[in-house]
Design a protein around this ligand. Structure first.
Ligand SMILES: Nc1ncnc2c1ncn2[C@@H]1O[C@H](COP(=O)(O)OP(=O)(O)OP(=O)(O)O)[C@@H](O)[C@H]1O
Length: 517
């Protein structure tokens, strides 16, 4: 008897048919991966399982009983819990209160909650005092607290919806250890992710959701990341090439239909230095950081939490005041922290954080991209050109929508990120910019589109600092990657001449070594 049986599930939003005929099963103790392009309907399926929205048709059975939850509370009561990527927990709650919020135990005395929370936190291997305020925890830990909350009820099935998207490799290992424990306890896990190599390491089986149906149901050990990427998009996928790769061999192609041509290697960045920082300091966090960025170059920065990488990025974008011995920007010499300087560098910075896009979710895609009021467009030819530009971007970025008048807030998480990034690059990408995790939560094709966007911007002279936890993203997007440890750049990895796979391994290893030192 399967733990969960889903048959012929359908779901539409207006004219958009998202789930057309979804059928699959999941056994007790099984960890099943769910992949699909942005907007394929993964979160919608998770939402139906979690009682957030109802299916239009089809049936679900949980442990041989009909399953049709009316609310999230109902779903949890029946044994299904969902943990989402960007969990927002009230920072004023203690960890114990957070674990039991919304459950029947929530009103019990703190001492009792504390004791019970300790047991659950041990189950998810989270070593924090249950009295700690949630606001004091790094944001990525909130997802693990949320898993403990899911376990507070007799959860049979746990849906992890892109929980790993913003995690460092070492944190992903921790998440996988928790996943393994859930499976050994006989619980089922539906693991949704775009980070395919990592996902294949933890799941038993993979479901590919494509065109509203399960297009592939395969044991994980019969797949590799490139083949899975091709199955996800339903067409051939080119393994990404590193940016500066004149000597690199042609990238392997997995053909589902016809072969495709690998992208041309990028020209090496110009020698002109656009940003030079000597001895950057942020008191208590960063000391002695030297940075040199050439025109058209993409440098990456990564490191563990507490390494100082976040503070370096914040100093570059002016969120934190900093001190330098020397600073060259746009050909001008400055010295941060000197009496005649306000101590801030204000490089434009982009973060793929759903609250921080600065986009009104009730605004249409068209207006979000043009940022013009329709009434302001009085020239018909200009209006047509503007709309053509919007349609081109929507096509290029492969946004799943039936109309450019769809509201931004009704798009899938990945599609929102693509539109927000395209808008941001069009208005802010000049000279030197900071991009935090530009491909987070994006499918394989969208990652390539973002990479193309970066290549175009750098070909026009923009220089980019990419700050990321994801070694694949750094290997795909950067010319050079700095590994930050103990408030300093401990080492630079030059990507020239290496394959993306070799680069990813080198970055992962260097980050782990730097944090252990
Ligand atoms: N409340 C809603 N109103 C209108 N359309 C919606 C709503 N929720 C989801 N959709 C649409 O359903 C489709 C599937 O969205 P969903 O979030 O399930 O995709 P996804 O596979 O999780 O994508 P991603 O990988 O980007 O997170 C999208 O085209 C989205 O625009």
């Amino acid at each position: 008897m399967p733990l969960l049986q889903v048959e012929h599930l359908t779901k539409s939003f207006g004219a958009r048919r998202v789930l057309r005929d979804v059928t699959f099963s999941l056994a007790e103790g099984e960890v099943v991966g769910l992949v699909g392009t942005n907007g394929a309907g993964k979160s919608t399926l998770g939402d139906i399982l979690a009682g957030g929205t109802a299916a239009d048709g089809g049936t679900m059975t949980l442990l041989d009983h009909p399953y049709a939850p009316l609310s999230a509370h109902d779903a949890r009561h029946l044994g299904v819990g969902v943990v989402e990527q960007l969990v927002r927990i009230d920072p004023g709650l203690t960890v114990a209160q957070a674990v039991f919020r919304g459950t029947a135990q929530a009103g019990r005395p703190q001492a009792e909650l504390r004791r019970q929370a300790q047991v659950l936190l041990a189950e998810v291997a989270l070593e924090v005092d249950p009295d700690t305020l949630v606001g004091e925890l790094p944001h990525f830990v909130h997802g693990v607290v949320e898993i403990a909350r899911v376990l507070a009820e007799d959860t049979r099935l746990v849906v992890l919806d892109e929980v790993s998207a913003a995690l460092l490799p070492v944190e992903v290992e921790g998440l996988h250890a928790v996943t393994g424990r859930l499976s050994r306890q006989g619980r089922g896990v539906l693991y949704i992710s775009h980070r395919l190599p990592e996902m294949l390491a933890v799941v038993d089986r993979v479901l590919v959701l494509r065109d509203g149906r399960i297009a592939l149901d395969s044991p994980a050990d019969a797949l590799d990341p490139v083949r899975l990427a091709a199955e996800t998009v339903g067409e051939p996928v080119v393994s990404p090439a590193p940016r500066r790769s004149p000597a690199a061999p042609a990238a392997p192609v997995v053909a589902v239909e016809a072969p495709v041509v690998s992208p041309a290697p990028r020209p090496a960045p110009a020698e002109e230095v656009v940003l030079e920082v000597r001895n950057l300091r942020v008191p208590g966090a960063v000391s002695g950081v030297d940075l040199l960025v050439r025109r058209g170059e993409v440098i990456g920065l990564t490191g563990h939490r507490g390494s100082g990488v976040g503070e370096i990025a914040e100093a570059l974008s002016g969120e934190l005041p900093a001190i330098t011995d020397e600073l060259l920007l746009h050909g001008e010499h400055r010295s941060l922290g000197s009496p005649d300087d306000d101590g801030t560098l204000r490089l434009p910075a982009y973060r793929p954080d759903e609250d921080a896009y600065g986009v009104d979710p009730g605004e249409t895609i068209a207006r979000t991209l043009t940022q013009e009021r329709w009434g302001a467009l009085t020239d018909l030819r200009k209006e047509i050109a503007t709309l053509r530009g919007v349609i081109r971007t929507v096509h290029q970025m492969d946004v799943k929508t039936l109309s450019i008048r769809t509201m931004f807030g009704a798009l899938s998480g990945g599609d929102q990120h693509k539109i927000a990034l395209a808008r941001w690059m069009a208005t802010s990408a000049r000279d030197v910019v900071v991009l935090h995790e530009p491909t987070r939560g994006l499918d394989v094709r969208a990652r390539q589109q973002v990479r193309r966007m970066l290549d175009d911007a750098t070909a026009q002279g923009t220089s980019v600092v990419v700050v990321s936890v994801d070694p694949d993203e750094l290997a795909e997007c950067c010319d050079r990657v700095g590994i930050v440890s103990d408030g300093r750049v401990a080492r630079w990895i030059d990507t020239d001449g290496l394959s993306v796979d070799a680069l990813r391994d080198r970055i992962t290893e260097a980050t782990a070594t730097a944090s252990a030192a």
